[in-house]
Design a protein around this ligand. Structure first.
Ligand code: B12
Ligand code: SF4
Length: 510
């Protein structure tokens, strides 16, 4: 194998085409007349990594467009289309006056293709999202207007200018404005059966860290840590009425006292929820206990690496990896499942990193693990470092999806890195590994096995579940089972003393 082969978009023979190829845009289609003051918002198709779970893509929707949609002026009509829900290409009827598209690195080419399609017949195309922020000049070539920053601030201005016939090419927002005045995201636009839960919620923006590989360290992204009023967050969850909410914050635990207040406000809702955070949340076991008592049943933890030198290179302030196991145990003791996120391919990773990582995941019974190949997002310190070292292999952004090797690793070949990544997923999705990682509490085992099979071993049927809107029907009985079990667990936990020792935070690399 050589690096070139890895850099092609490969497609295993069993992979359903819907998960690999965007729906075709009919070149001969002729739309009807344009409907004035009608806007269409599109989340473009992206190719799914066949090594990882397809279920992950319908757990919860992105907030990018539902948040933006909420700021639409009342006299505008609106429709939302997510191409990843496998209902075909976005509609031409009625033909929209404005098309808003969210753009990420990995699906920028699809976003531009859609933009060309709609612009052909005179729709005004507005592009926004993370990739527009990092590559405004590139995005501007495909749009009538680009939105750099928060859509909630910019969208009403943009539509107002369309109304007035004076659309500008560039609109700039500011991440420093408070979120207090933001309207509630328009979750009513989402197909409720299309996702495990429509309650993706954001309570904070930014992170106390600035790891060199993270998109938060992108050169022009000034995203200070921002908090929303807990009452606002709770009101949103209540309004959506789902039994399970997912916090999509980069790091919900950056301000522990805020998290504690949020937990107190969430407790009376009797819902279950999960969130992404760093392992230093276990510095204070009483906080973990408050999370559990508030309904937290799962955390997505960015461990990144088990090698301290890698963490130091990335400039991540974190507890030492030797202490990770004890900290995972604190979460488990509180009935909180752990989805560990690991990055493979750092400069201190040799060919033994795969087995070591997987062994550790299994030994510590992490219920789930997400693996990423180190990916230098444009304009991050990592990108600049690898560029200076002439180690960036290409700039085909479609392959910057953390499932392809796009740079030359230091201690192994690109082929070894890619093969090791695939091996890790094969092993972690195996029956043996699922069994080894089962929770010690037998009461948690039934939902664990059911969820593991659906999440890790059903890639051959996920396209059918998604296309026929069965996602919610498959997941929700399991969610309800977990919620009821958790309510009982909470009652027992409330009568129990706090477990776990306070941790020692050491600073790696900063
Ligand atoms: C939810 C989520 C997902 C969901 C849904 C993704 C989707 N596109 O449908 C799932 C779980 C499926 C997912 C999968 C992946 N994700 Co993801 N995901 C997120 C997450 C946690 C939240 C996104 C979100 O809702 N943000 C909140 C909204 C409000 O912010 P926003 O997107 O910036 O939108 C605002 C503005 O940008 C602007 N805006 C955005 N679009 C538009 C459009 C218009 C017209 C206008 C006017 C304005 C506008 O207004 C919005 C509201 O103010 C982010 C991390 C984060 N916390 O942001 C990662 C993140 C976006 N994902 C990331 C990655 C890498 C992936 C994967 C590739 C990982 C993998 N290997 O599987 C996959 C593949 C998906 C893909 N190619 O995008 C990276 C992207 C890095 C980059 N530089 O592009 C992020 C930043 C995580 C990270 N820390 O690195 N993801
Ligand atoms: S801790 Fe996570 S979210 Fe925060 S900067 Fe590092 S990688 Fe990004």
């Amino acid at each position: 194998m050589n690096l070139r082969r890895h850099n092609r978009l490969q497609r295993p023979p069993w992979l359903p085409s819907e998960m690999a190829v965007a729906p075709q845009l009919d070149p001969s289609a002729v739309p009807g007349p344009m409907r004035r003051r009608y806007a269409l918002l599109i989340n473009p198709f992206y190719r799914k990594d066949p090594n990882a779970s397809f279920g992950k893509h319908v757990l919860t929707p992105t907030l990018a467009l539902t948040a933006t949609a909420a700021a639409t002026p009342e006299h505008w009509e609106l429709r939302y289309w997510d191409e990843n829900l496998l209902q075909g290409p976005p509609p031409l009827e009625p033909f929209p006056e404005v098309v808003g598209i969210t753009v990420h690195l990995t699906f920028a080419d699809r976003a531009y293709e859609l933009a060309r399609w709609y612009r052909r017949w005179g729709a005004k195309v507005v592009l926004g999202g993370l990739h527009v922020l990092t590559a405004p000049a590139e995005a501007a070539e495909h749009a009538d207007a680009i939105a750099i920053g928060e859509g909630v601030q910019l969208w009403p201005r943009i539509l107002g200018d369309v109304d007035a016939g004076k659309l500008e090419p560039v609109y700039r927002g500011d991440y420093r404005k408070p979120y207090r005045d933001d309207p509630m995201p328009r979750r009513d636009l989402l197909p409720r059966d299309g996702f495990l839960t429509t309650s993706s919620v954001i309570a904070t923006r930014g992170c106390h860290n600035r790891c060199g590989f993270c998109y938060l360290s992108t050169a022009d992204l000034h995203m200070p840590y921002r908090l929303r009023d807990v009452e606002q967050v709770v009101a949103e969850i209540r309004e959506d009425g789902q039994p399970y909410a997912v916090f999509i914050d980069n790091n919900l635990g950056s301000k522990p006292e805020y998290l504690r207040t949020l937990c107190q406000a969430l407790r009376p809702l009797d819902i279950i929820w999960s969130a992404a955070l760093t392992i230093d949340v276990t510095d204070d076991p009483t906080l973990v206990r408050d999370m559990a008592l508030a309904g937290c049943t799962g955390v997505f933890v960015g461990f990144e690496s088990l090698n301290l030198d890698n963490l130091a290179d990335a400039g991540k302030r974190t507890p030492v990896p030797e202490d990770y196991a004890r900290r995972v145990q604190i979460l488990h003791d509180h009935g909180i499942q752990v989805n560990g996120s690991f990055v493979l391919g750092f400069d201190h990773d040799g060919p033994d990193v795969f087995e070591k990582t997987v062994e550790w995941i299994e030994a510590n019974r992490l219920e789930c693990a997400t693996l990423h190949l180190l990916t230098p997002y444009p304009e991050t310190p990592l990108f600049r470092q690898l560029e200076e070292q002439h180690r960036i292999v290409h700039r085909d952004w479609r392959l910057y999806d953390t499932a392809h090797v796009v740079f030359e690793p230091a201690l192994m070949t690109a082929e070894e890195l890619h093969a090791g990544y695939q091996w890790c997923y094969r092993r972690l999705f195996s029956q043996r590994s699922i069994w080894r990682r089962r929770p010690r509490d037998w009461r948690a085992a039934v939902p664990y096995f059911a969820m593991s099979y659906l999440y890790k071993r059903s890639n051959r049927i996920w396209h059918l579940l998604i296309r026929y809107r069965l996602t919610a029907h498959m997941w929700r009985p399991l969610i309800e089972l977990s919620r009821r079990r958790h309510l009982k667990f909470r009652r027992r936990l409330a009568g129990r003393a706090v477990t776990g020792q306070p941790g020692t935070v050491v600073s790696a690399g900063v």
